[in-house]
Write a protein that binds this ligand. Structure first.
Ligand SMILES: Cc1cc2nc3c(=O)[nH]c(=O)nc-3n(C[C@H](O)[C@H](O)[C@H](O)COP(=O)(O)OP(=O)(O)OC[C@H]3O[C@@H](n4cnc5c(N)ncnc54)[C@H](O)[C@@H]3O)c2cc1C
Length: 330
């Protein structure tokens, strides 16, 4: 399971190449970054474990972090060259085009309203018509609704947001991320950032708990960026957006099979680009008859999150607590 999960990004880049997807994919590595001594210790411990497991990870000192991120905030980092970045919309379109070429038919804007067992098959009623199927795969993650109420109640939906600058001058882009890695912080409210193909700086993290577009709802990210790179002043921030991710209590993705011919893959804890790709393949193998011991994740029962109906209060409290700790961290 560990090797499968950590090699997920390589599988994504392989699919991108195999199907000629246009999604700005770059396997330049990811950097896990620590700015507190507690997280510094966590990174050192992780590196020791990963190295024992034969994984190609590297420790970056505070000096190396400064030259790789243009920021003096970080005490240490862990570089993993297997990671990377892509444009997720381009990837979704690339996957859809590959599926179509393989004979799939895709119907967008067809929200499923009801799923019913009808003798030997399932009937899915959508806003525009209905579909009969021998097998159903549910992959609605943070957007799972009442159609699958038990699955919905097994997840905590959380919003994550990103803002982006205008294209940066080359000198600035190469000061911030000369190696074009993706940086993600450890910490109470993890922030992540990268520079894209158009030289835009993208920085993401916590969000208001509802769907929002535009910059005004995410000014905290802009403020944090000024703290990381005071020399960014004068650069325009042009875009902001958010979306739902699904958190699980054990922080693992969940695979369920609530009835014969019904498969569920959810709960990527904000890391679904590679993990959902892997789980998609796992579910496809299961649909074709793979046995339990041929799967990298166990098929588990659907377990409700206790007191889930209070998730907004719980997530807001967690954010407030994290914000206070971030402020105290200097
Ligand atoms: C701002 C932001 C930044 C992120 N950054 C990263 C990152 O750096 N790395 C990473 O790995 N992941 C990241 N993620 C998480 C990643 O986007 C998700 O984990 C991933 O999209 C999950 O894919 P999915 O296909 O399982 O679900 P989703 O992409 O959430 O798709 C679920 C789909 O189900 C549909 N749906 C829901 N109910 C119904 C219904 N009744 N009928 C029909 N359709 C329905 C929804 O419309 C939606 O299209 C980020 C997410 C956000 C929001």
């Amino acid at each position: 399971m560990i090797d499968w999960a950590w090699n997920g990004p390589s599988r994504v880049f392989e699919l991108v190449r195999q199907h000629g997807m246009e999604c700005e994919a770059r396997q330049d590595g990811t950097i896990r970054a620590a700015y507190t001594t507690t997280d510094e210790r966590r990174i050192m411990q992780s590196i020791a474990q990963y190295v024992r497991h034969g994984m190609p990870v590297e420790l970056l000192s505070s000096h190396a972090m400064q030259s790789r991120t243009g920021s003096s905030r970080y005490l240490v980092g862990m570089l993993d060259r297997r990671g990377g970045s892509l444009n997720p919309l381009g990837y979704a379109r690339g996957l859809a085009a590959a599926a179509r070429r393989a004979g799939a038919e895709i119907y967008g804007a067809s929200r499923v309203l009801r799923v019913r067992r009808d003798g030997a098959h399932w009937t899915l009623t959508t806003v525009r018509g209905s579909v009969d199927a021998e097998q159903v795969v549910l992959g609605t993650n943070g957007y799972t609704d009442e159609v699958a109420a038990a699955v919905k109640n097994s997840l905590v939906p959380v919003y994550s947001a990103i803002i982006a600058t205008e294209p940066l001058p080359d000198a600035l882009a190469t000061t911030i991320l000369p190696g074009r890695q993706v940086v993600y912080e450890l910490g109470p409210l993890p922030t992540y950032f990268r520079v894209d193909e158009g030289n835009r700086l993208l920085i993401g993290g916590r969000s208001v708990l509802r769907s929002k577009q535009g910059l005004n709802s995410f000014l905290h990210l802009k403020r944090y960026a000024s703290r990381l790179w005071p020399f960014l002043n004068g650069i325009e921030w042009t875009h902001g957006w958010n979306g739902r991710v699904a958190i699980t209590l054990d922080h693992y993705p969940h695979v369920h099979e609530p009835a014969p011919g019904m498969l569920v893959g959810v709960g990527y804890n904000g890391r679904g680009v590679a993990m959902a790709t892997l789980v998609g393949e796992l579910l496809a193998r299961r649909a074709l008859g793979a046995k339990d011991d041929e799967l990298e994740l166990p098929i588990s029962p659907i377990a409700p999150v206790p007191l889930r109906r209070f998730w907004r209060v719980g997530v807001a409290a967690r954010i407030a607590y994290g914000r206070m700790r971030t402020r105290l961290s200097g």
